[in-house]
Ligand binder design. Structure first.
Ligand code: SAH
Ligand code: SF4
Length: 413
């Protein structure tokens, strides 16, 4: 058994460092990426525009940035020509830096990205017949150390800013060529409505990349607000799913304040096993977690909570475990579906993948109880793109990254 006794468990307010939301760049300009309309307005006012001008320009610039994907003030045709250089001197519209872009034979795409202060993180795009899902990261690394997760072994952790989170979605739209074309129509409802997910490759977002999104609540909320805003990226909250390992105190706020679909990384049906593989369970146990699920705002039979269950050989994959899972879902009367995820192995993980027969049998037992339990097929294996196991960023370390890790190691002692 893996010894987890000495592992620190972070509190509800995570102690990880956070970059400033409004970031002055090296060239003295301020990056607007990730900022809401009101902050853009305040920055414009502070730079000298009168309040009415600041408000109007903020509305126009917001639309250009998030709805049209503009990265240059020069294209903002409804802003006076003389004003555009004034904006460009003071402000910038950034994107996370792309370090590497990989394309799998099955269509899955993965990007290794870098923050302006040099931290690497990843995002993955998974196309399916009826949808295209972008798997977005919320932190560089993760403080939670789930035993089977490679992200949890990364030493360096910092929250991503709202700009770095929404920047992933924007970068994906850049890469897929999916920004709407045409004239500028600020406030035109019909225009906003026509940019639905239909006809687009990128239709869904899952907060299932690196990190625990509920430990970076404010930035995830700010980013998703822009993603869901009709004048922003205009993606429906029904097409966004946030996955948590079980940060119970933040779950109600997630439903109330963000309103997206919830996925919960359950992975075990009893305390002993969940304590081992998801150490946060020692802080927020299964009962508390499932009560919070039962109370999740917006959950219904039409909008089910997804329980993720990673299949670990001889650990959590027996018939008995499947029956216990059904029993738990029934006991708490949860509108639930189960996602069975074959464990994606990595060197030194200490677990094996359940056999396909075992996964099938487990799925059947849950399914026979009337609960949907699809097996998530691994995608992008040739480029190590499995959602939730974004490992290459940590493996292919640059020298600078190794130095940073070494420094973090020293600081930790
Ligand atoms: N921190 C959040 C979201 C990111 S992890 C959470 O834990 O829910 C996204 C999903 O991938 C989680 O369900 C996680 O348990 C799963 N996952 C992590 N490592 C994995 C691996 N090696 N194989 C299969 N699934 C894994
Ligand atoms: Fe963090 Fe989620 Fe990985 Fe656990 S599974 S270590 S919470 S990213």
């Amino acid at each position: 058994m893996v010894d987890t006794a000495l592992m620190p468990i972070p509190g509800p307010v995570d102690p990880v460092p956070i970059a400033r939301a409004v970031t002055p760049r090296g060239d003295g300009r301020t990056d607007l990426l990730g900022l809401p309309r009101e902050t853009i307005r305040d920055l414009f006012a502070a730079a000298g525009l009168d309040p009415r001008q600041a408000k109007l320009r903020a509305k126009q610039v917001y639309h250009w940035i998030y709805h049209r994907g503009a990265t240059d003030f020069a294209v903002m045709t409804d802003i006076a020509k003389s004003m555009r250089p004034w904006l460009a001197e003071r402000f910038a519209i950034g994107r996370p830096e792309v370090i590497e872009a990989q394309h799998s034979i099955d269509g899955t795409r993965k990007w290794l990205l870098r923050t302006s202060d040099g931290h690497d993180f990843e995002m993955v795009f998974i196309p399916d017949a009826d949808r295209g899902t972008l798997c977005v990261s919320s932190q560089v690394g993760c403080t939670l150390n789930c035993r089977f997760c490679h992200t949890g072994t990364m030493k360096l952790v910092r929250n991503l800013t709202a700009g770095e989170i929404v920047g992933q979605v924007m970068l994906a739209r850049d890469a897929l060529g999916e920004w709407p074309k045409g004239a500028m129509d600020v406030g035109d409802e019909a225009d906003a409505a026509s940019y639905t997910a239909d006809g687009r490759l990128l239709t869904n977002i899952v907060m299932m990349g690196m990190g625990e999104p509920l430990y970076n609540f404010d930035n995830v909320k700010a980013a998703l607000n822009i993603v869901m805003d009709g004048d922003g990226l205009a993606l429906s909250k029904r097409r966004i799913t946030l996955s948590t390992s079980g940060v119970v105190p933040m779950m109600a706020r997630c439903g109330e304040e963000i309103g997206v679909n919830l996925a919960v990384s359950l992975h075990a049906t009893n305390k002993q096993i969940r304590d081992e593989i998801v150490p946060l369970n020692r802080k927020y146990g299964i009962e508390e977690l499932l009560e919070a699920c039962a109370a999740y705002p917006g959950a219904s039979n039409a909008r089910r909570i997804t329980f993720e269950y990673v299949m670990l050989k001889d650990k959590n994959d027996s018939d008995q475990h499947a029956r216990e899972l059904v029993e738990l879902i029934r006991r708490y009367k949860l509108p639930a579906k189960v996602n069975l995820i074959p464990f994606n192995p990595w060197p030194g993980a200490g677990y094996d993948t359940s056999t396909p027969e075992r996964v099938r049998r487990f799925s059947e037992i849950v399914f026979e109880a009337g609960i949907s339990a699809p097996v998530r097929t691994p995608r992008g294996r040739d480029i190590d793109a499995a959602c939730g196991q974004l490992k290459t960023a940590a493996e292919k370390k640059s020298r600078a990254q190794r130095d940073r890790d070494a420094r973090a190691e020293v600081l930790a002692h």
